[in-house]
Design a protein around this ligand. Structure first.
Ligand SMILES: NC(=O)c1ccc[n+]([C@@H]2O[C@H](COP(=O)([O-])OP(=O)(O)OC[C@H]3O[C@@H](n4cnc5c(N)ncnc54)[C@H](OP(=O)(O)O)[C@@H]3O)[C@@H](O)[C@H]2O)c1
Length: 228
């Protein structure tokens, strides 16, 4: 069991508080407005979620800021810099602009990299970026479990994260280095657009399909032989 501090009580913050509390972790749901956090927690009716301010949430062993970069997340976290040092920082940010038509960051960087750069002593793991908020309310699509792409330059932080989420209703895909967040984050621009076009928004997610390479290869070799 770990103690996790979530900073922000919006769509993602509250749902992730429920997800981590459901896995048995202690959660501090931090808000700029303590009353707001207390009111939300009262409705959630869970013993292991406590209200707090951002400072209190940042004191937890693991931190998960759930606010937008466009709303000044980096500057909001600045006074908490020393509390973040050395910690596992679960980064869920997608650098959307205010009308969700584009990103506020250029193609050659990502929210995850900006955070790691600004707070170099934290151990940033990017996750849940591709999961739209309402998916948490019913994570499976029929019998299908969807994917969470996980990126980090710190393998032990990635392993810690995977341990924390063990038992949750997603499949976690090791999506490699932190700079792969450039792709993972932009995949949400695409899923957002496709979700709107096909009437799924905001209940859609990614699932990587595949088969073991050797099996696929054996089939292809057999096909090639049959064609000769
Ligand atoms: N929505 C999604 O489907 C989704 C999916 C994946 C990733 N994300 C990422 O998750 C993060 C949070 O997204 P969200 O959809 O949960 O956002 P949201 O519903 O707008 O909530 C953001 C929270 O940030 C806090 N906050 C701090 N400073 C703020 C400011 N200046 N203005 C407004 N709010 C401020 C507020 O909590 P307090 O008032 O309690 O302090 C607010 O409730 C973003 O980085 C987003 O890219 C979102």
């Amino acid at each position: 069991m770990s103690k996790l501090g979530i900073l922000g009580t919006g769509r993602m913050g509250v749902r992730l508080a429920q997800l981590f509390a459901g896995l048995g972790h202690q959660v501090i749901l931090g808000s700029r407005d303590l009353d707001r956090s207390a009111r939300i927690i009262q409705k959630l009716d869970r013993d292991n979620i406590q209200p707090g301010n951002y400072q209190e949430a940042a004191e937890a062993e693991v931190v998960l800021p759930a606010m937008f970069l466009r709303d000044g997340a980096l500057d909001t976290l600045e006074p908490l810099r020393h509390q973040l040092d050395g910690k596992l920082y679960i980064d869920i940010s997608n650098p959307f602009n205010a009308d969700y038509t584009d990103f506020i960051l250029p193609w050659d960087t990502s929210g995850a990299e900006q955070i790691q750069h600004r707070f170099p002593k934290t151990r940033v793991v990017g996750a849940f970026k591709n999961v739209w908020w309402e998916v948490f309310d019913a994570p499976q699509f029929g019998n299908t479990v969807s994917d969470v792409f996980v990126v980090s330059d710190n393998e032990s932080a990635k392993a810690e994260f995977l341990k924390l989420v063990a038992g949750s209703p997603f499949r976690y895909i090791d999506a490699g280095k932190l700079s792969n967040a450039r792709t993972v984050e932009r995949m949400t621009l695409l899923s957002g657009e496709l979700g709107q076009r096909y009437g799924y928004f905001p209940r859609m997610n990614y699932k990587l399909l595949g088969e073991p390479w050797s099996v696929g290869k054996a089939d292809r070799v057999a096909e090639a032989i049959a064609l000769r």
